[in-house]
Design a protein around this ligand. Structure first.
Ligand code: NAD
Length: 324
């Protein structure tokens, strides 16, 4: 007999902090780099109903002993129902026996692990003296991104641009809460002023061009997670030293897909961020280097934070447990 723990959205939000997510994501990137954690092939299908995209991301982390699958996708009509469009849930299994050990709500965890991923890239790649954070994107993920980013450097100001400017007040409000200056700017000015830029949109065309970026900038490109999506000019990516969570995803569904297709870079020019975390790669090599993190979002990140949620829930007295 084994115990199955069930963790809902509210519990995940109460239990898993940004610091927990940062450590879980950093650790699993390192395990991936050591060859001790693997993502299995991703399934993503249009289900022919409700315009929904549905799929599975799964993997196994031998170091953390985390085996599982995140199931979910995108339901564009959800906003009208008062729900977020992205919906997901994680199932974890005992890697020694295959028994189901946890069912964990995945919506908050997806946002917090995605923000942790760009934060890990800022921690390891951005210049230490970065003062201005540039935000391209103002949707659901954007506030999670800002909260995680400001914990990595002493940002004094946020400059932001979004294809839909009416969404920017949510970032202005957050900046007020965080006591950081805020200014809505055009894309060129954002490129001129920002030391670190996060892109987190659903764009299919470049929003930032090569020559708008100043030397020494670090970019975390987080929105491109599907074939055809694109947030920055392929020439900009080719100008940068490129890091990623996983090379296979980076060249197929990530921001690097376009520069690869155009022959501007080759796969061997992209470095897994885990190599930097474990000390095999220097990361940034000069103050003028442009670094770019292609954060495609891997299943192992979801499993890592879900396993933290399940562990903390089991320690809490109000955990919902079922004996199988
Ligand atoms: P959202 O729907 O809340 O916000 C969408 C954002 O994209 C807004 O800034 C909006 O102005 C912009 N946008 C919408 N349509 C656009 C278009 N045609 N061209 C340019 N910009 C457009 O979405 P969200 O939850 O904030 O997610 C943003 C993006 O991040 C999505 O593309 C999502 O798939 C991606 N995402 C990536 C990861 C990862 O791990 N890399 C994780 C979660 C979400």
């Amino acid at each position: 007999m084994s115990d199955l723990v069930i963790v809902n959205e509210a519990q995940c939000q109460n239990l898993v902090t940004r610091a927990d997510a940062f450590k879980a994501v950093e650790d699993v990137f390192c395990a991936m780099s050591k060859g001790e954690a693997y993502n299995f092939p991703v399934v993503r299908e249009a289900i022919g109903y409700a315009d929904a995209l549905y799929g599975f991301k799964s993997g196994f982390d031998k170091t953390g002993k985390v085996l599982g699958v995140k199931a979910g996708g995108y339901w564009p009509g959800n906003v009208e129902k008062g729900l977020t469009n992205h919906q997901s849930s994680v199932c974890l299994f005992d890697p020694d026996t295959g028994e189901l050990s946890a069912i964990v709500a995945g919506n908050y965890l997806t946002a917090v692990r995605t923000a942790a991923s760009s934060a890990v890239s800022i921690a390891h790649l951005a210049r230490k003296d970065s003062k201005v954070l540039g935000m391209v994107g103002a949707g659901h993920q954007s506030t999670f991104q800002v909260r995680a980013a400001v914990e990595q450097r002493d940002f004094e100001k946020i400059v932001a641009w979004n294809p839909h400017p009416e969404m920017l007040p949510r970032l202005a409000e957050l900046a007020r809460e965080l006591k950081v200056d805020f200014e809505a700017v055009d894309q060129q000015r954002l490129g001129r002023e920002a030391d670190v830029i996060i892109t987190i949109t659903s764009a299919f065309e470049p929003l930032l061009m090569r020559d708008w970026i100043k030397p020494g900038t670090h970019l975390a490109c987080m929105g491109t997670d599907t074939k055809g999506k694109m947030e920055v000019d392929a020439e900009l990516l080719a100008r940068a030293t490129v890091f990623t969570d996983e090379i296979a995803q980076s060249i197929s569904i990530g921001e690097s897909q376009h520069a690869i297709q155009k022959g501007l870079i080759t796969e061997d020019q992209i470095t897994p961020i885990g190599d930097v975390i474990k000390g095999d790669h220097l990361g940034r090599s000069s103050e003028d280097e442009v670094t770019l993190f292609d954060g495609t979002g891997v299943g192992l990140q979801d499993l890592a934070v879900a396993s933290v949620a399940a562990r903390l829930a089991l320690q809490a007295e109000d955990a919902l447990k079922i004996t199988l």
